[in-house]
Design a protein around this ligand. Structure first.
Ligand code: AMP
Ligand code: MG
Length: 319
């Protein structure tokens, strides 16, 4: 599946090759760039001429956030936290601190459905492995006990993080792209960009008016789960803000007719089964939308809607 995604994305990329370039859509000047970050293709499209500096600044920032949050990079801040004992406070960047602060808040509000400390469990489920196997139930229970005791205490003044247990291990896969989306918006605004769309593989952020549509709105197609790429379950129209989807159709394996996917319920240790196959969240803030999307996948529709309401977010479910 991952290979299919990469091949598909590579084909897509062939049409965008060359990094920065200009095009004309209905005589609107476009500056667009794509890079592979956060394990996905990230595209920034600015509807303005001479926007290369702004777009380059966005990618510089996104590379920095990726480097800080990459679970698999030994030198990332996330790895530093994961390797440190509970007796030591770890100094962290403003970026990681902000992600962890929001993550802790959504953990509380979702009764632990969203929890970046899920990592000891999520690494057990090898969704990308060619011959993925179900982890042994004893092992899941063992890890579950560790996750239950895990936690992070943040000191916003000293900008440090202290783990609740030595074995607390974090994975920001459910939130880092969300933060990157907000960072992109901030930078584009600083450059005076009035109209842009940022696509971080399933996380879309719309800025200002869309100059390519009659109604000036952004028409975002929601991918129909397990259907051909580009087949939509619906198209939503947004004026600005984040449109973030958590779905199970890209990272999963099948065993005995059941789908095991990458969104784990930290309270059970297993991928959460839902009637729906993806949930899309619209909200002003992309980090919040990202955390909510993952949380709602675990919580289900009723509890999910209550959580979304607290943040003024809207939910769209696709089967
Ligand atoms: P997303 O695609 O934003 O829903 O994030 C899914 C990713 O978040 C997974 O690939 C894991 O890295 C991580 N993750 C899985 N389950 C959870 C959870 N319950 N809470 C927080 N992060 C999770
Ligand atoms: Mg998420």
């Amino acid at each position: 599946m991952k290979r299919f995604r990469v091949v598909f994305s590579a084909l897509l990329i062939l049409t965008l090759v060359g990094g920065l370039f200009y095009r004309s859509y209905n005589r609107v000047q476009v500056t667009e760039k794509t890079e592979f970050l956060f394990d996905t293709y990230c595209t920034v499209t600015v509807y303005s001429r001479n926007a290369d500096q702004a777009v380059d600044a966005v990618f510089e920032e996104m590379r920095k956030i990726h480097k800080l949050t990459d679970f698999f990079d030994e030198d990332s801040e996330v790895s530093k936290i994961n390797k440190t004992a509970k007796t030591q406070a770890v100094p962290v960047s403003d970026e990681v601190l902000q992600i962890l602060k929001t993550a802790n808040e959504i953990k509380d509000k979702s009764d632990g459905a969203f929890d970046v400390c899920v990592a000891p469990l999520s690494v057990l489920w090898k969704f990308d492995a060619a011959n993925a196997q179900l982890p042994k139930p004893e092992l899941i229970q063992e890890r579950l006990a560790k996750v239950r005791e895990s936690g992070l205490n943040l000191d916003l003044k000293s900008k440090t993080v202290t783990k609740q247990t030595d074995e607390t291990t974090i994975d920001l896969g459910g939130a880092a792209k969300g933060y990157a989306g907000d960072a992109a918006v901030r930078i584009l605004h600083n450059y005076g960009i009035k109209s842009a769309i940022v696509d971080l593989g399933g996380n879309i952020i719309c800025i200002g008016e869309n100059p390519t549509t009659k109604d000036k709105k952004w028409h975002i197609g929601l991918q129909k789960p397990f259907a051909a790429t580009g087949e939509y379950s619906r198209v939503i129209e947004v004026t600005s803000g984040a449109v973030v989807t958590s779905g199970i159709y890209q990272r999963y394996f099948e065993k005995d007719g059941r789908i095991y996917h990458h969104i784990i319920d930290p309270r059970s240790g297993y991928p959460k089964e839902q009637k729906f196959k993806s949930v899309t969240v619209t909200a002003d803030n992309s980090l919040i939308a990202d955390c909510i999307a993952t949380a709602v996948y675990v919580l289900g529709q009723d509890k999910g809607e209550k959580l979304a309401e607290e943040y003024g977010a809207e939910l769209y479910f696709s089967d």
